[in-house]
Design a protein around this ligand. Structure first.
Ligand code: P6P
Length: 337
């Protein structure tokens, strides 16, 4: 397909919607509102370096205004942008213990939004890329009232859309609604996300592995053997893979999506379910990676088929190029015997 110029995210979302005559436009409005929230968060994140001049987070700025921590700002902004559109029945956030009901004076819709408002925010002071991650379900509870926990605690295969925003050297919005994974780059001069990565396809095999090797002493023997193989001339490509680890999930997953290879935050002796959250980190990233032709495993099976128990469940994550993830599963399976 010839490269299309100046396709805004709004146009792309509508074009995708038009492929489904039964669509009401509510999901399109939801995704569009998320892209607006992303622009506002991007502006604040890009000012973060100036906070110390303008006023420290948690303190007051030169105008005497309270300066929120960026992750609290992103959380509050997302809720405030999304609570009145009429598309949502309930929301949930990494920053809130329980679900967040739609205010009684706002219209309730048929969708459910879960998000990690600013993942990797501990990296902000080092100017490392960070991100917002979101996951969208249809509600399962009946009636026009607010949704609840049962609408949120659902297996990833039930997602209708998922995406992330990467606040990096440029700001990118990447989403899937189940028909391909598409990336948009913010052009700050016009304030629009423009289609830059249409129908991303992750390479079947890569040459990069991404994991926090500081956890090596706690890894299972199978995982140690897997990573040692990648670091050897017996690796699947006949030479050692390159090691890349940013420590910010959205950045590490984005690189894996574009370049291939494997990203791991596996189970270990300290964390039997890994560190990353199932509902608003692992599931959306798994949907995105699978929609791009990759694979996303908890070490034993598809992340998307994992049955959650609670809103903040953790989940081991091994995702990326299909052949690389299959190799990791095989090493872990052989270990289990
Ligand atoms: P570690 C950031 O704190 C985060 O939640 C993810 O974005 C990232 O992948 C992971 O934790 C990094 O964790 O233990 O390697 O510092």
């Amino acid at each position: 397909m010839a490269k299309r110029n100046f396709v805004t995210i709004e146009r792309h979302i509508i074009e995708e919607q038009m492929k489904h005559p039964e669509a009401t436009g509510e999901l399109s409005k939801l995704l569009t509102d998320l892209s607006i929230a992303a622009k506002i968060i991007s502006r604040e994140v890009n000012k973060a370096g100036l906070v110390n001049i303008l006023g420290v987070a948690g303190g007051e700025n030169v105008h005497g205004e309270r300066v929120k921590k960026l992750d609290v700002f992103a959380h509050d902004l997302l809720f405030g942008m999304m609570d009145h559109g009429g598309q949502l029945a309930v929301m949930a956030s990494e920053e809130e213990e329980g679900v967040m009901e739609i205010p009684p004076d706002k219209r309730v819709g048929k969708y459910v939004l879960l998000f990690d408002p600013l993942d990797g925010s501990s990296n902000i002071d080092a100017n490392v890329s960070i991100g917002t991650i979101f996951s969208i379900f249809r509600r399962v509870t009946e009636g026009g009232g607010p949704g609840g926990l049962e609408d949120c605690v659902r297996p990833g295969v039930k997602q209708v859309a998922a995406g992330y925003v990467l606040y990096g050297s440029s700001t990118m919005f990447v989403y899937t609604a189940g028909e391909g994974t598409h990336g948009f780059t913010l052009d700050p001069s016009i304030g629009e996300f423009l289609l830059s990565h249409e129908n991303i396809r992750i390479p079947k095999r890569g040459n990069i592995y991404s994991v926090n090797e500081g956890n090596y002493p706690y890894w299972s023997d199978g995982l140690k053997r897997y990573v040692e193989n990648l670091r050897s001339e017996q690796s699947p490509i006949g030479k050692p893979y390159s090691a890349r680890y940013i420590g910010s999930m959205v950045a590490d997953v984005h690189r894996t999506l574009l370049y291939g290879g494997v990203f791991l935050y596996p189970a270990d002796a300290k964390r039997p379910n890994g560190k990353l959250r199932l509902l608003y980190e692992a599931n959306p990233m798994a949907f995105i990676v699978e929609s791009a032709g990759g694979k996303a495993s908890d070490g034993a099976g598809r992340i998307l088929e994992r049955t959650p128990e609670g809103l903040h469940d953790r989940c081991p994550v091994i995702l990326g190029s299909a052949d690389d993830v299959a190799d990791a599963e095989r090493f872990l399976r052989e270990e289990r015997g």
